[in-house]
Design a protein around this ligand. Sequence first.
Ligand code: FES
Length: 164
Amino acid sequence: MTSEVITPAPVPAPGRADRVRELATELRGLRGALIPILHAVQEDLGYVDQTDIPVIADVLNLAVAEVHGVVTFYKDFRREPAGRTTVRICQAEACRSVGAEALAEHAKRRTGVGFGETTYDGRVTVDEVFCLGNCALGPAVQVGDKLHGRVTPARLDAILGEAR
Ligand code: FES
């Protein structure tokens, strides 16, 4: 006899489903509404929770699997809360030509997390971004609203240190 582990369905945080439904309903008239709705949910609630997916699917009259597929396909959508500080490292061409890839590798070694992930203590999320409009001063890094240019590994260590 095989034993099957039954995982309970995730329960949304109080009020979350109502807010997601409200956002989805507001935007459902847009052409290709799913992506703007997912962005709105992420902006308003910080990330797209697993429990948001059936709510959005219901409002748009789509299959849950379809919404889930879009959320998991696009790296833009965070599926868990971000850390207290998000460090975004530009990976677009101009920054790559002056060491952004090596900087990202350095960040990974220092934090133990890759793009889109959060350190075990929940303090820092590291994300990639494609152009911060600071191309002449690459590699560029953004922490909160603050933009840093010509970021070396040593400067990144200082930035990460402050973030923690
Ligand atoms: S390419 Fe990095 S800021 Fe524009």
